[in-house]
Design a protein around this ligand. Structure first.
Ligand code: B3K
Ligand code: ZN
Length: 880
């Protein structure tokens, strides 16, 4: 904890490490009142450093130093300095061994960084800078060492002792204790270190790699979760096969382990050979997990597994390069998910997240490039920009190069940099070298923050048959960055004729057969493209498949959007046309008098959708989702949340009233058929029936109420049970809502993951989640401030998903959030800093809101002791 301004770290000040570590030998003595860590480092001066007599500098955090020795001789006072956050040995030889013994208190570690306890087990989280909470170490990713780890603990309480690599020794000790020793043959940065000790059940499986090696697969979970492992294990095997088939990447150790822990700051962690997961991102059964949870688990298992190559074998030189591993790995997991399910739906989901949340981040006070130039606290930079925009940047490279060249590029990258800690620039260079393409201007995607705006205008000349598209790009200013250069933007488009047929895109002067879709490469602030041979004015379908993470402005008429919604051959743009139309209709009602009518053509469009039996049902399910309030706020100049909420509710009600019979038919058409399956078709069916149910309950339909209650009671899976519960909770049937919530809790009170769902359904509902009810949830016996999932499912869901309640014009939601952030900052700064995010957007809102949001931020700023995490976010948000 601190009050002073934390230091800013700059990429431009990067220096290679003065010392390298070849070998780390660790011995952990685990006890109930603490742990003793014996570390022996084999160190040598870095020949590339140039600093011949540099002191040895080791990071530390919350450590009690017991002893330090150099080449076996204890160091005396004056021969080393314990600065609290560092151990400095001013004079060291060129090569030496350093022995350090530290004492730590995992049982009191509420930050969940380093070694801590969760539900009685010991576990670790070292990325980004958690290893320094375990022992003194050069805790930076460009120091890569071999680790040997011996864990000692009470045998009955901690029968399972795990670390990275392969187990090489084990045995009994005195007093009922035992030990296991692990050795990881692959040099790695300390952030990939992991240790687990607990009373866990083991689920076993195997995988035979493409070269015929047998890998032991293991999942370790608490006994009560033993039945929730199958899906993740299968997802793991699918991921391993896919990475071999698509990227030629084979697994390298003899064993791969996954552990589930309840208290975890994020989703999961890719520690070498020993991935640690938040229980909610790995454990699932039909009765307890929704379709969305299954898909999320599959994606996260894949993501962490894929890191074994994109992250572990080739790692980051420094934390400014975080997107090197995260952007690339998110791209890889999104390709995998697309291959496992519906590619169009996956694209829609990714683009929705990007446009709703990443664009907002890119337009806010914490905006930063995919490769940031500075930070105060690296934990604050595990952002949508690094992950999702980073993945979009890799996707653009993939699309510019094509499948084959991209694979050549990734092969070259892995081969050239295996065992190294490298930069995003090294990644781009490998892509250039393999393909022969110049990505010079493309690199600006890594350097410039902000979402490019692509504005398109057009004219059609009937006499010459020429259609002229003028495309302009501009990139808004972001904190510390102005006057940006045009970027290299792949802009996919098609043109449609009045009969709905695609028209050839023949650029003036071109010969040969013209394609029906093309990718224009924008590189200047303005381009003019002339297409010839068009006998009618076309309707443009722009940025197909969301070919770049940009905002597109084009003055589509409602008529044109309706047309694209039913005719665009590009599934993504078909969906997008529907979204744009709905946005336009809702926006036109924001702040309008109550008497203002809803565009009747919207009802017709949704009716045709509901009746379109040819349409891919998974796409239909997505098309039936109205744009979220969060997205509407993101699009607004000065968001008036209450007015946006009312306008959206009005449109929803109007649609549901107008389509009552069609919705009922849709519900009945899609009621459960046969066994629960996770195919895109089955998922779409459940999504359609639950959407229909939600809309019908929204207008208080009695028949739907009966159906919802029946579905709630009789469902054989969580998607349907929760779908019915959500519909009831968001309806005005107050009594039924209360009964259903009680019944649900009673049934699942033993299952923390389901209780989290129960919390979040309420906290995100404007009916069940007004502030007094939120306060009651915090007092509920199942709520636990020390468990990040619980905090997210109540406080996080309220502030990020229950927007009308959070933005109550009386400011109570903001004050509440400020209070909770201050409270959490003392125990878990990482989580506290994440929770602040909704307030940081204060400039985006209408004056009545923004003033109060700002004062809530000031309250946090004025707290006596602020962590570096919260300090950075709050001060940057308040900066002029
Ligand atoms: N690499 C981890 C995230 C670590 C976050 C540390 N604050 C999970 C992942 O992206 O795979
Ligand atoms: Zn990752």
């Amino acid at each position: 904890m601190r009050t002073n301004q934390p230091q800013t770290i700059y990429l431009s000040e990067y220096k290679v490490p003065a010392y390298l570590v070849d070998q780390v030998d660790l011995r952990f003595e685990l006890f109930e009142d603490g742990a003793r860590v014996h570390s022996t480092l084999t160190v040598r001066r870095n020949p590339d450093s140039g600093e011949s007599a540099a002191p040895l500098f080791l990071h530390g955090d919350s450590l009690q130093l017991e002893s330090v020795a150099l080449n076996g001789s204890p160091l005396r006072t004056g021969e080393f300095e314990d600065r609290g956050d560092a151990l400095v040995v001013p004079s060291v030889p060129e090569k030496f061994e350093l022995q350090v013994v530290t004492w730590i208190e995992p049982q009191n570690n509420t930050r969940l960084e380093g070694l801590y306890k969760s539900s009685g087990m010991f576990c670790t989280q070292c990325e980004a800078e958690g290893f320094r909470c375990i022992t003194f170490y050069p805790d930076r990713p460009d120091v890569m060492a071999r680790f040997r780890t011996r864990i000692e603990a009470d045998k009955s309480a901690y029968p399972v002792l795990l670390s990275n690599g392969n187990p090489v020794d084990n045995g009994e000790l005195e007093n009922g204790r035992h030990f296991v020793t692990w050795e990881d043959p692959f040099p790695k940065p300390a952030y990939l270190f992991a240790l687990v000790a607990g009373d866990l059940v083991e689920k076993k499986d195997t995988f035979t790699t493409c070269s015929g090696r047998n890998i032991d697969l293991r999942m370790y979970v608490e006994p009560r979760n033993a039945k929730k492992c199958d899906f993740a294990m299968d997802a793991l095997k699918r991921s391993m096969r896919w990475d071999e088939d698509v990227y030629g990447r084979e697994y390298d150790l003899d064993i791969f382990m996954i552990v589930a822990v309840d208290d975890f700051n994020m989703g999961a962690m890719e520690n070498k050979g020993l991935n640690i997961f938040n229980s909610s991102c790995v454990l699932a059964s039909q009765e307890t997990a929704t379709d969305a949870a299954f898909q999320r688990i599959e994606a996260i298992v894949a993501h962490e597994y894929f890191h074994n190559w994109s992250g572990n074998r080739v790692t980051c030189r420094d934390w400014f390069q975080l997107s090197l591993k995260e952007g690339f790995t998110v791209f890889r997991d999104s390709q995998f998910s697309a291959d496992m399910g519906s590619p169009t739906v996956k694209r829609i989901e990714d683009a929705t997240l990007l446009r709703t949340a990443q664009f907002a981040e890119d337009a806010g006070p914490m905006a930063h490039p995919v490769r940031p130039a500075s930070y105060m606290e690296i934990s604050n930079f595990y952002t949508l920009t690094i992950y999702e925009k980073g993945a979009e940047v890799v996707r653009m490279i993939h699309n510019l190069l094509g499948d084959e060249m991209f694979r050549k590029g990734s092969d070259l990258y892995f081969q050239r940099h295996d065992g190294q800690a490298v930069t995003t620039d090294d990644f781009v260079r490998a892509m250039e070298d393999a393909s022969g393409r110049d990505l010079g201007q493309f690199r600006l995607w890594y350097e410039q923050a902000g979402t490019p705006v692509v504005s398109v205008s057009d004219e059609y000349d009937e006499s010459s048959g020429i259609y002229r598209l003028t495309v302009r790009q501009s990139i808004p200013d972001t904190p510390g960055q102005t006057g940006k250069k045009p970027q290299h933007i792949p802009f996919a488009l098609g043109l449609l004729g009045a009969d709905g047929q695609p028209l050839p895109l023949k650029l003036s002067g071109e010969s040969g057969e013209a394609p029906l879709e093309r990718v224009l490469e924008l590189s200047q602030a303005e381009h003019c493209f002339e297409f010839e041979g068009l006998s009618e004015r076309p309707v443009p379908s722009l940025l197909r498949d969301f070919s770049a993470p940009v905002r597109v402005h084009y003055p589509w008429t409602r008529e044109q959007l309706l047309f694209l919604m039913s005719h665009d051959p590009d599934g993504f743009n078909r969906w997008d046309a529907g979204q744009r139309l709905a946005v336009d209709v809702i926006q036109s009602l924001v702040g309008a008098p109550e008497s203002a009518g809803v565009e009747p053509r919207l009802v017709d469009a949704y009716r045709s959708l509901l009746q379109d039996s040819e349409l891919d049902q998974a796409l239909m399910a997505k098309m039936l989702q109205l744009p979220s309030e969060a997205y509407l706020i993101e699009l607004a100049e000065q968001a008036d949340v209450a007015a946006i909420h009312q306008a959206r509710e009005k449109v929803l009600g109007y649609l549901a009233e107008g389509l009552r019979d069609e919705l009922m038919a849709c519900y009945r058409r899609n009621v459960g058929q046969g066994d629960y399956q996770l195919t895109p078709e089955a998922i779409a069916r459940r999504s359609l029936r639950n959407t229909a149910l939600g809309w019908l309950l929204h207008i208080g339909d009695q028949e739907a109420l009966a159906l919802a209650k029946e579905q709630f009671r009789g469902a054989d899976n969580m998607t349907d049970r929760l779908g019915a519960l959500r519909a009831l909770v968001n309806s005005d049937f107050a009594e039924d809502r209360t009964q259903a919530l009680e019944a649900f809790y009673k049934r699942f009170s033993d299952d923390p993951q389901v209780v989290e769902l129960w919390f979040s359904v309420q906290a995100s509902s404007d009916r069940a989640g007004q502030l007094p009810q939120i306060r009651q949830l915090l007092d509920h016996p199942a709520f636990d401030w020390k468990n990040p999932n619980k905090v997210r499912s109540v406080v996080g869901a309220f502030a990020a998903q229950n927007l009308a309640a959070f933005h109550n014009p009386d400011g109570s939601g903001y004050e509440f959030l400020a209070e909770q952030v201050c409270r959490l900052d003392d125990s878990n700064p990482q989580i506290a800093a994440r929770l602040v995010a909704p307030l940081t957007r204060w400039r985006k809102f209408a004056p009545g809101y923004s003033k109060q949001m700002k004062s809530a931020l000031e309250r946090i700023r004025d707290k006596a002791e602020l962590s570096r995490d919260v300090y950075e976010v709050v001060h940057k948000s308040l900066a002029d």
